[in-house]
Design a binder for this molecule. Structure first.
Ligand SMILES: NC(=O)c1ccc[n+]([C@@H]2O[C@H](COP(=O)([O-])OP(=O)(O)OC[C@H]3O[C@@H](n4cnc5c(N)ncnc54)[C@H](O)[C@@H]3O)[C@@H](O)[C@H]2O)c1
Length: 321
């Protein structure tokens, strides 16, 4: 018996995906990858002749579903008024393999990525963190601000972007929306120098921060660079930090922040300490002292998208009944 196919657009996602619920769902998903409840496959990023990327991200969950996110990544789009990541999540039920939903991936990617960083910060950052620096004033800047405000009693936010006017517009718009003081900084150094939590969320190909600019005890969510030959963190940060990832296979294949210093001989494989899911489970120690620098390297996982798609399909189905 075939089931009705749900098609959930960005407006549905934005209306129904509460950020607090999303942070909790991402915490559960990161742990599920460790227990084997969710299975994450290495994604395929196909570089097309026009230099943009077609991405395929598959995953499976014993909770009853599997599927893939399929999306285009056009990083120059923000200058032309289009999102950088566009696509759909195709979710199937696992009993008979029927397609049960098609969910807008642009909005899910935006929200779940901020939620994952907030979930990681909750276990790695110092609990009294109050100053947040956002490097990158795009879609991810917005979702990281929204998600981190849920997890920490933030009092100050700084934002930097290669395009300073964009950072200024972000500060003006988001300070009104989120009711918090946000300062646009002309350099990344000024933005991070007092920060307790730093989020790097740019498509930069070369480092945008270095260790000497950071306060002891800072936690960094390194989110923007997602290929082996691009990075946002200088080698000295990775050398000094306790370094964790979302998925070991992804870190060892795709994380330029880790692989470039590794290939230069500046670090060894032992610098990679484990996944954030292991830290959440308590099987790998996270922060050891208040002064540690911690890094969470986020490459993004399909099981995160599928967990959100499944949650939204369930919600839509309940609404129909
Ligand atoms: N790890 C994950 O799960 C995940 C998920 C989504 C996006 N991302 C990555 O996060 C990054 C940001 O995504 P987004 O959706 O916010 O993009 P966006 O296009 O909305 O915003 C990117 C911002 O970065 C700025 N920028 C561009 N190049 C820069 C540079 N060299 N230095 C500093 N700033 C620069 C742009 O001016 C823009 O404001 C992208 O690299 C994207 O691939 C990662």
């Amino acid at each position: 018996m075939s089931q009705e196919l749900l098609v959930l657009d960005a407006a549905f996602v934005e209306k129904h995906l509460d950020m607090k619920a999303c942070v909790d769902l991402m915490t559960e998903t990161l742990i599920n990858v460790e227990t084997g409840e969710d299975v994450q496959y290495l994604r395929k990023a196909i570089k097309m002749p026009n230099d943009n990327i077609l991405g395929l991200m598959p995953g499976y969950s014993n909770a009853g579903y599997f599927g893939t996110k399929i999306l285009s990544v056009y990083l120059q789009n923000s200058q032309e008024g289009y999102p950088s990541h566009q696509g759909q999540i195709l979710i199937f039920e696992k009993e008979h393999g029927q397609l049960k939903g098609i969910v807008d991936a642009t909005s899910v990617t935006k929200l779940r990525t901020g939620a994952v960083s907030a979930a990681a910060s909750k276990v790695l950052a110092n609990p009294d963190s109050s100053k947040l620096a956002l490097l990158g004033a795009g879609e991810q800047g917005e979702s990281h601000l929204q998600a981190l405000l849920i997890q920490f009693a933030l009092t100050e936010v700084t934002v930097w972007d290669r395009d300073f006017e964009r950072a200024q517009r972000f500060a003006e718009r988001e300070s009104t929306k989120q009711q918090i003081a946000i300062t646009a900084c002309p350099t990344s150094q000024e933005a991070v120098q007092d920060a307790d939590i730093v989020c790097t969320i740019t498509p930069a190909k070369t480092p945008i921060i270095e260790a000497a600019w950071l306060k002891p005890g800072v936690h960094i969510n390194a989110v923007g660079a997602c290929t082996a030959d691009t990075r946002e963190l200088a080698t000295d940060i990775v050398q000094q930090a306790r370094f964790f990832g979302d998925n070991e296979e992804s870190v060892l294949h795709e994380a330029g922040d880790f692989l470039i210093p590794l290939n230069d001989g500046a670090i060894t494989n032992e610098h990679y300490l484990g996944t954030i899911g292991q830290v959440m489970q308590g099987t790998v120690p996270g922060r050891l002292t208040k002064e540690d620098i911690t890094v969470f390297e986020a490459l993004g996982m399909a099981v995160e998208d599928l967990a959100v798609a499944n949650y939204l399909c369930q919600l839509a189905k309940n609404q129909q009944e």
